[in-house]
Design a protein around this ligand. Structure first.
Ligand code: FAD
Ligand code: 8R5
Length: 467
């Protein structure tokens, strides 16, 4: 393999998987990661944070030969379990059957597995080295090292997978403006934990329906929608759940500004999330010690500096979390970039431009759909019109699978470009609105006529083989 050596900044989820893909294609790869090696520093004792892995991310892992191993440590989530204030829960399946599910994986465990795979493929990993500055004329970089020192090294092709707060992006932007725009969502989040049922007071262990380990149904993504805000919970392999509260950052109650401490928050939870609160024995400590995370969407006009430097993953296109696609999108990026580089290792300017040409419309599309899914999750799941559209859409998807597939399924269970899913979703939604214009009841709709409307108005869906 010819091509310059590659200097990757960031050994997080996207950086580590990209290192695997590039090393597997014969590139010489060095990864500089700010944090210490998580495999040595020990993740034990830390908070367990999990993420939802869907088909796009799984496909990228499959191509690197890692999907099987990752799935062995994952918890299947078949749908969203929606919890009302009275404590009733109802499962809305994400897909048509168990071939269409998402997977809850531990971020720490996944990162460590990817780092092992990167090293096994031949990448050199350097921990405790934070990119501090770049001289793009000489392509020398300065790294701040763990002990408080500094080190200058000659860089190869620079690729920034250093996340939403990317240092490489700042350096590139200082050299030649990238047209950076950050759109704050105005809502923040805080993580809490439901311990395994065995660790809850015995009276509550029965709430899980007699399951010994999990306090709630393990094979679901739980949502407590409350209109302007919500909680969610994802299962961990150890029997616990990581809960996230999403709430406006500022403004009239409730917001994080009006709930500054656990005392105020406990009173709020006892009226809005009473059933959930009873599963959170460490509520006060968690609330007071875990920070409020911020949520925004990042847009850039340019992801690269001619043939010298490129941004990928969150560094190029951080999005809000509500479609569970940030990592999945970044993983999809790695396959596209590794294939383009392998095909033209010596024309990096063309490769970087082509990477942005292919990926940016799709990053923009998932950014928009992620914002839209917040409203759906926290609000519309309780709206009868939304539920009617969903029901009619599922009936049509079963009747004419070549012409109708829910946007959520296109995003989560297929590889069609995100931009296609966005556009197709709009077109399908317009038809469902038209069919339900004169009646709130799905039973009143002539399903055969509805099928003919879809078939005559929309082109067939592309080939959707997945898995
Ligand atoms: P990161 O994972 O942020 O990695 C960046 C790496 O660069 C880090 O290791 C960091 O230490 C390192 N770094 C930073 N600065 C420097 C520097 N100066 N020099 C060297 N290294 C540096 N996505 C999903 O698909 N599904 C989900 O369910 C989901 N849940 C999420 C839950 C939470 C709590 C959060 C915060 C995000 C979630 N996401 C989810 C989004 C997902 O985490 C990101 O999209 C994904 O991690 C992006 O990967 P990345 O490698 O680009 O960035
Ligand atoms: N990210 C997710 C979905 C879609 C669920 C649905 C939503 C927590 C900070 Cl908010 C969220 C989803 O439509 O029914 N799939 O995966 C992950 C999500 O949040 C993650 C865990 C999160 C950033 C905190």
């Amino acid at each position: 393999m010819s091509g310059q050596p590659i200097t990757l900044i960031g050994g997080g989820l996207v950086g580590a998987l990209l290192a695997v893909q590039l090393a597997q294609r014969g590139f010489s790869v060095d990864v500089h990661e700010k944090r210490p090696d998580p495999r040595r520093a020990g993740f034990l004792g830390g908070r367990s944070i999990n993420l939802a892995l869907a088909e796009r991310g799984l496909q990228a892992l499959r191509m690197a030969g890692l999907a099987e191993t990752v799935l062995q440590h994952a918890v299947m989530m078949r749908g969203r379990m929606v919890h009302d204030r009275e404590g009733n829960g109802a499962l809305q399946r994400y897909g048509v059957d168990d071939s269409e599910v998402i997977w809850s994986v531990s971020r720490g465990a996944l990162n460590m597995l990817l780092l092992d795979a990167a090293e096994a493929a031949g990448a050199r990993l350097h921990f405790g080295q934070a990119l501090a500055s770049v001289d793009f004329d000489s392509m020398r970089i300065r790294l701040a090292t763990a002990g408080g020192g500094e080190q200058d090294v000659q860089a190869g092709l620079l690729i920034g997978a250093d996340g939403a707060g990317s240092a490489l992006r700042s350096a590139m932007n200082a050299h030649a403006p990238l047209g950076e725009r950050v759109e704050p969502l105005g809502h923040g989040y805080k993580e809490l934990e439901i311990p395994p049922a065995g660790k809850l007071p015995t009276a509550l262990q029965q709430l899980g329906g007699g399951r010994d380990q999990y306090a709630l149904e393990p094979h679901a993504l739980h949502i407590w929608p409350r209109g302007g805000y919500m909680c969610i919970a994802l299962p961990n392999t150890e029997g616990s759940f990581t809960v996230t509260l999403f709430l406006p950052a500022q403004g009239a109650a409730p917001s994080f500004a009006t709930l500054p401490d656990a005392t105020a928050a406990a009173a709020f939870f006892s009226t809005q999330f009473p059933g959930l609160l009873s599963l959170l024995p460490d509520f006060r400590a968690d609330y007071d010690s875990n920070p409020v995370g911020t949520l925004s969407t990042l847009y850039l006009d340019r992801w690269h500096l001619d043939g010298r430097a490129l941004l990928i993953g969150d560094a190029a296109h951080a999005i809000v979390p509500f479609h569970g696609q940030g990592m999945n999108c970044g993983f999809e990026d790695t396959v596209v970039l590794a294939d383009l580089l392998a095909a033209s290792p010596d024309d990096t300017a063309a490769v970087f431009a082509e990477f942005q040409r292919q990926r940016q419309p799709n990053a923009d599309a998932i950014a928009a759909m992620a914002v839209e899914n917040y409203v759906e999750m926290r609000d519309s799941v309780a709206d009868p019109h939304y539920l009617a559209k969903r029901e009619l859409g599922s009936a049509l998807a079963a009747r004419i699978p070549d012409h109708c597939m829910a946007r959520y399924r296109l995003v989560t269970f297929t590889h069609v470009p995100y931009a296609y899913a966005l556009e197709r979703g709009r077109a399908q939604d317009a038809l469902l609105e038209q069919l339900l214009r004169d009646t709130p009841n799905v039973a009143d709709v002539d399903i055969e006529a509805a099928a003919r409307l879809f078939q005559s108005t929309l082109p067939p869906l592309p080939e959707l083989r997945h898995g």
